[in-house]
Design a protein around this ligand. Structure first.
Ligand SMILES: [Zn+2]
Length: 249
């Protein structure tokens, strides 16, 4: 369970990290797809992040704004897992930090925004589905608090949504290209708190392996990549990452 950190990991210099929901559960953010996940327990909740339902139904949008308000009120804080990745960057060993999370907790912990590749976007901004205007989530939520149940774009009047990738939406091609380049250019690919079942996360592990990188999986449940991994760690992320990423000195 707490084996020594292998030399190849201690000596790695270009680590590409991929994080999923598991790293944020210690910050009180629910895992949506896990065994006790929000969507697993209430499949109807998935409508809130499906573009077709969102655009068609004002009631879905009203519920979405309330959900965003609740998340802002909860004010989740980064945890020891996030801090360990800030330390990895400080060591100069971080090639890229790819995240499936939309919570912004890597940046809140202190990771450089330029190093964080948010493949599913961020909940800290809103974007207009019509003109693409992007503004801060806090501004839209202030309008909700002032009584607007479904604030519209101030520029063109069209529907606003969080700047996250909904079901039915394409991923940002530039972000995916940056992730792909990092996966192909790392010596270790470290997958943390992700089931490695959703594209493009799984594809990035394939790219890294194909380029000769070592694979480390830190996840509570088995993943389809465990048999390809050089190291599989089931220990809680908050203790596993500080241990695995400490530099011997
Ligand atoms: Zn607009």
């Amino acid at each position: 369970m707490t084996d020594a950190v292998p030399d190849w990991l201690a000596e790695a210099r270009r680590i590409c990290v991929l994080t999923g929901a598991g790293i944020s559960t210690d910050s009180g953010i629910p895992d949506y797809r896990g065994p006790n996940g929000v969507w697993t327990r209430d499949p109807d909740a998935e409508k809130l992040v499906t573009l077709g339902f969102y655009l068609a139904d004002p009631e879905i949008r009203r519920r979405s704004w309330l959900m965003r308000q609740a998340l802002q009120d909860a004010d989740p804080q980064p945890n020891a897992g996030h801090a360990a990745l800030v330390e990895l960057e400080r060591q100069g060993r971080l090639r890229a930090l790819v995240t499936q999370n939309i919570d912004g907790l890597h940046q809140a912990a202190g990771s450089s925004p330029a190093r964080v590749l948010e493949i599913h976007g961020t909940v800290h901004e809103v974007v207009c589905v019509g003109c693409g205007d992007r503004t801060a989530m806090s501004g839209a939520l202030a309008r909700v608090a002032a009584g607007e149940s479904d604030p519209a774009c101030m520029v063109c009047g069209d529907v606003l949504k969080s700047a996250t990738v909904y079901f039915g939406q394409m991923l940002d091609e530039l972000v995916v290209a940056s992730c792909t380049a990092a996966a192909a250019d790392c010596d270790v690919f470290l997958a943390v708190g992700t089931s490695l079942q959703v594209w493009p996360a799984a594809g990035l592990a394939d790219i890294a392996l194909g380029a000769g990188a070592r694979l480390v999986v830190v996840n509570a449940q088995p993943t389809p990549y465990d048999h390809l991994a050089d190291l599989v760690v089931r220990e809680p992320i908050g203790t596993a990452l500080p241990r695995l990423l400490a530099t011997p000195d």
